[in-house]
Design a protein around this ligand. Structure first.
Ligand code: C5P
Length: 211
């Protein structure tokens, strides 16, 4: 049988990464976080003194050969920069092969925005993971700032930033963030990571019995 490919798409900080990582461990599959590719392109632009809204095709090409430096990729400047370079068709085209090659031999759990729609339209199982902007802003804050509370105008600003990034990702012409017709929707408001993993695990098991 061909290797199992599981697509996990959805907006920022909905719990995609947490689910995809846990699912990969459970199934013994490699995990690919495709957001890191766009983040690494944005990081190259910023480090070169370039505006990530400008043409990033050279930086995306240069990334082909290179290992992803995992440092300094999850900072607000790069959250924004990644969604700006990700709107560029030439950048997306340059990163497509790398994503497909990664999963072709062994299968993989792959998280991103366009995995079930563009990168692996034939994925065995597709998930669309989402939560309200408020839940997502609070989760993202907890990841970076621990238990420091987020409230009042700081919470409002974090929610606006997430809504703006969703809008950029959903409204772009190339590979917009959209739920694939055959994706299973999981809304994670009020669910723990373990509960989300249970739900997703059941759906993957169902797929196995049908294969
Ligand atoms: O998932 P993460 O927040 O790390 O992704 C950063 C940005 O990269 C997203 O806001 C999105 O613009 C872009 N991205 C994308 N397609 C993917 C993964 C990420 O456009 N498959």
């Amino acid at each position: 049988a061909r290797p199992l490919v599981i697509a996990v798409d959805g907006p920022a900080a909905a719990g995609k990464g947490t689910l995809a990582k846990a699912l990969a461990a459970k199934l013994g599959l490699p995990y690919l976080d495709t957001g890191l590719l766009y983040r690494a392109v944005a990081r190259r632009m910023v480090n070169a003194g370039l505006d990530p809204a400008g043409d990033a095709s050279v930086e995306a090409q240069a990334l082909q050969q290179q290992d992803l430096a995992r440092s300094d990729l999850r900072v607000p400047e790069i959250d924004r920069g990644a969604s700006l370079v990700a709107a560029q068709p030439a950048v997306r085209a340059a990163l497509l092969d790398r994503q497909r090659v990664f999963a072709s031999e062994t299968g993989a759990v792959v998280d991103g925005r366009d995995i079930g729609t563009v990168v692996f339209p034939d994925a065995d199982v597709k998930f669309f993971i989402t939560a309200s902007p408020r839940t997502r802003a609070l989760r993202r804050h907890r990841q970076v700032a621990g238990e420091t509370p987020l409230e009042g105008s700081a919470l409002d600003a974090a929610v606006s930033e997430i809504v703006a990034r969703d809008a950029r990702d959903s409204s772009r012409e190339t590979a917009p963030l959209v739920q694939a017709a055959d994706a299973v929707l999981i809304e994670t408001d009020g669910l723990s990571a373990a509960e989300v993993l249970d739900k997703a695990g059941e759906i993957v098991a169902l797929h196995h019995t049908r294969r």
